[in-house]
Design a protein around this ligand. Structure first.
Ligand SMILES: Nc1nc2c(ncn2[C@@H]2O[C@H](COP(=O)(O)OP(=O)(O)OP(=O)(O)O)[C@@H](O)[C@H]2O)c(=O)[nH]1
Length: 458
């Protein structure tokens, strides 16, 4: 049993520290959330998952005689953890679960009974926990009932639109036209059809091979590859039957190439295709004199870029996961960003990428970003007063002349108007940024709150 994790607020995770994705699982009554959670807990070959529920209810922990306890945690035979909290204990519980001592690969929070999905997303995005990473809002939709439910509960459409990944469950009983309807509401968000919540757990997290490497470590790209033999789908007896399993419904694209042209790559980030759910990996930039590499993590609309130690052999390795994406086209798009194709970059080409870089000092980290005044409280593209990051496609980055001139070095100036560096009143009106990344659709998460201010009833 893992209990009483240390208080870690303000502690440094250090460069390249492993973060545990926290996924929020939402869905209307009976959509199959518990079924999906049980599937995750049962089918995790050697991976460790923590689930947070409002009460133990029907999650399969009966043998441990803990049903009904609140604010408690149980250790399951396969190494997974299950805990029940009320909303007030959630932030503390997430810190306990993401602590390296818990050695988990993924934490899933079942939204029902705890708080609105939107509030939970805010809580996770606002967390200053250096070991926690936003893992996405997964919305479970009941393919049998959704069209009728939607009539009675119009808010369901908003939840679908807000999700990072839509899981269309119960496709064995799908109502006519439901896939089209949900696809329309989901817009650019990928929609994954499933039965009995049998999603591939690795869709949600990065695999760690515990056989060869005990304890947390830096992920390798091999870890991120999906191999059917090791996919861990299903709960054992159905492992050869992939019908309805998630990895029949999504594509994984691995790209290994040389250094990237940062401006081209930033443009790719901005225009990444509908259906691309996750992207993770390390990018080297082909800018002479800049040896640093960048770890890139996207979930739905969320993007986090973090500087990591320079690589001996500058290379780029990315894994992209999506539903209904053109895998070859996607690989070609990333490869077109390599300096071998795009040509060598110059220093100011870093700027559009640096706009996404997390300032590690926000997480107690040990370094700033190359070319940025390390004493500031924001990353490039974000005013030091915390104004929302500017979309590089909108701000005309071409007009900057040198990274060292970037106005974020001056805490009184908000990046907004590249012409004169003056604050853009619209920027000032934007909400507080997420401390560990950027959400491309900030309007979806208006009014981010600090964890200590989190009000689960809002
Ligand atoms: N036919 C069919 N039934 C399913 C599927 N997934 C789940 N169910 C059934 O749907 C019912 C509800 O599933 P749950 O997992 O309890 O749903 P839930 O979202 O946790 O429900 P609440 O906790 O009440 O909100 C159960 O009887 C499941 O066995 C599916 O893909 N097909």
């Amino acid at each position: 049993m893992v209990l009483n994790g240390p208080q870690r607020r303000g502690r440094s995770a250090g460069r390249g520290a492993r973060r545990v994705p926290v996924v929020i699982l939402a869905g209307f009554l009976g959509a199959g959330k518990t079924t999906l959670l049980n599937h995750l807990l049962a089918g995790t070959r050697g991976t460790r998952i923590g689930v947070v529920v409002n009460d133990f209810g029907s999650v399969n922990v009966d043998a441990l005689s803990v049903a009904g306890q609140v604010d408690s945690m149980v250790s399951l035979e396969n190494g997974c953890l299950c805990c029940a909290v009320d909303a007030s204990g959630l932030d503390r519980m997430l810190s306990t679960l993401t602590d390296p001592s818990a050695d988990l690969d993924l934490v899933v929070v079942e939204a029902s009974g705890l708080a609105e999905p939107r509030s939970l997303v805010r809580l996770v995005l606002a967390s200053e926990d250096p070991y926690l990473e936003y893992g996405g809002l997964v919305e479970l939709v009941d393919a049998a009932e959704f069209p009728a439910m939607r009539e009675q509960h119009p808010e369901l459409a908003d939840q679908v639109a807000m999700a990072d990944l839509v899981v269309l469950n119960k496709v064995d009983r799908a109502a006519d036209g439901v896939a089209e309807l949900v696809g329309e509401l989901a817009g650019a968000t990928p929609v994954l059809p499933t039965e009995f919540g049998r999603i591939d757990p690795e869709l949600l997290f990065d695999r760690v091979d515990r056989g060869r490497h005990a304890g947390p470590r830096q992920l390798t790209f091999d870890d991120l590859r999906f191999e059917d033999a090791e996919a861990g789908c299903g709960s054992g007896d159905d492992h050869d039957d992939h019908t309805g399993h998630a990895h029949t419904a999504y594509d994984t694209v691995t790209v290994e190439t040389g250094p990237l042209h940062p401006r081209r790559f930033a443009a790719f980030l901005e225009t990444r295709p509908a259906g691309l759910y996750r992207m993770k990996g390390t990018v080297s930039v082909g800018v002479p004199g800049h040896g640093d590499a960048y770890e890139v993590h996207t979930v739905g609309a969320y993007v986090r870029v973090e500087r990591v130690a320079p690589q001996a052999d500058p290379a780029t390795g990315l894994v992209l996961i999506g539903a209904g994406v053109d895998a070859d086209g996607l690989r070609a798009e990333v490869e077109r960003c390599s300096t071998a194709v795009a040509g060598e970059a110059v220093e100011q080409d870093l700027l559009p990428l640096l706009r996404y870089v997390v300032d590690p000092s926000r997480n107690g980290g040990d370094a700033g970003v190359a070319g940025v005044d390390e004493g500031t409280d924001g990353h490039i593209g974000e005013g030091a007063d915390g104004a929302w990051p500017v979309n590089p496609a909108e701000f005309g980055a071409d007009e900057f002349t040198a990274v060292d001139d970037v106005v974020v070095a001056d805490p009184d100036v908000v990046v907004g108007d590249p012409e004169d560096g003056a604050a853009d009143p619209e920027d000032e009106a934007r909400p507080e940024p997420a401390p560990t990344g950027c959400v491309a659709h900030p309007e979806a998460f208006d009014g981010l709150v600090a964890p200590e201010d989190f009000d689960p009833e809002r």
